[in-house]
Design a protein around this ligand. Structure first.
Ligand SMILES: Nc1ncnc2c1ncn2[C@@H]1O[C@H](COP(=O)(O)OP(=O)(O)OP(=O)(O)O)[C@@H](O)[C@H]1O
Ligand SMILES: [Mg+2]
Length: 313
């Protein structure tokens, strides 16, 4: 349904998107995960025909986004990162307005608006001005506004930013429901947990480049053998620990972070007793050893060398 090949988008000399390639199948929920400034909104901008690419190709439903922009716009709905609603109008009037922009009218538009109000659970609030709504209600209305013309593809750009956990999970449930109904979705987020929970496949984008692509399992297998065992030892014992560790089977590396030793191994469960034995033999306390299994967070750190935004839940 969506094919992106070698996409480049520059602002001046700065490459905000730098050679991105991925495709999304019909009915798939695809997550574009990355930190601030990674290039998510810029990518969505090109895919939704709002920005012109400086290189590469994008096809949606078989149409080129540049040459076939008109056809593409009929196929897609866009839910922008910044809420795009008239706050002095009611929910119903906002949806009527968006519908007319798309050339809808009459009884068909009225029916569609009522359907979307039900979907967003805003029937009771539909006569009130949007300025009286909570953040979560505004986000839900912003979302269904992108569906007014029954698009086959929906672009959602960080639709849960700035709302509480409960409002967020309602939005995620709504999107999952749309996915089950066969909508093709690209969902951008800097919340790892959201991409993990919601998306069939995930592309990790950083500094304009796609640094990983796949379903959750295949992403995690990219860091494959990276169980981490953490322990704190007195600083004067680090040297001896490293020397002993070099000879342990299954120990693929020993590093240090925030004063703790980190032992890398394909199988933490097997190396753990060996470490405990060494601690005992050296009269060191058997402190609690942490094992960290590979997860998307460690993948993300491995790939980009930095974490996601600190406000991630
Ligand atoms: N209109 C613009 N003019 C110049 N530079 C821009 C413009 N829009 C974005 N950029 C730059 O391009 C890069 C990508 O920005 P973009 O908004 O696509 O990132 P993002 O992944 O959506 O980030 P966020 O999570 O903050 O929304 C950033 O370095 C940003 O500063
Ligand atoms: Mg953005």
């Amino acid at each position: 349904m969506i094919e992106v090949r070698d996409l480049v988008k520059k602002y001046g000399s700065h490459k905000a998107v730098d050679g991105v390639t991925f495709s999304v199948a019909r009915g798939e929920l695809f997550g574009l995960l990355g930190p601030n400034g990674a290039g998510k909104t810029t990518t969505i901008g090109v895919l939704s025909t709002l920005l012109h690419a400086d290189g590469g190709q994008v096809r949606i439903g078989g149409h080129d986004v540049a040459a076939g922009a008109k056809e593409v716009r009929r196929l897609i709905g866009v839910v922008p990162q910044e809420i795009a609603l008239y706050t002095d109008l009611t929910a119903r009037d906002n949806l009527m307005f968006w519908g007319r922009l798309h050339g809808l009218g009459g009884a068909a538009l009225g029916k569609r608006v009522e359907e979307l109000l039900v979907m967003a659970d805003l029937v009771d609030a539909a006569r009130r001005k949007v300025e009286t709504y909570s953040g979560g209600m505004q986000r839900r209305l912003n979302l269904v506004a992108g569906l007014i013309h029954e698009p086959e593809v929906l672009f959602l750009d960080e639709p849960t930013v700035g709302i509480d956990a409960q409002a967020r999970s309602r939005i995620l449930e709504l999107i999952a429901q749309l996915g089950r109904q066969g909508l093709t979705v690209i969902y951008t987020t800097h919340y790892l947990e959201e991409a993990e929970q919601l998306c069939d496949r995930i592309g990790v984008i950083d500094r304009g480049r796609l640094v990983a692509l796949g379903d959750k399992e295949s992403l995690i297998s990219q860091i494959g053998d990276a169980d981490l065992i953490r322990l704190s030892l007195p600083a004067d014992r680090h040297e001896a620990f490293r020397a002993a560790g070099a000879g342990w089977p299954g120990c693929t590396g020993i590093g240090e972070r925030r004063g703790k030793l980190e032992v890398r191994t394909p199988d933490g469960g097997r190396l753990l007793p060996v470490i405990q034995e060494w601690l005992r033999a050296n009269d060191l306390p058997l402190e609690q050893l942490e094992i960290e299994r590979p997860n998307l967070e460690t993948l993300y750190l491995t790939l980009t060398g930095r974490g996601l935004r600190e406000d991630a839940p």
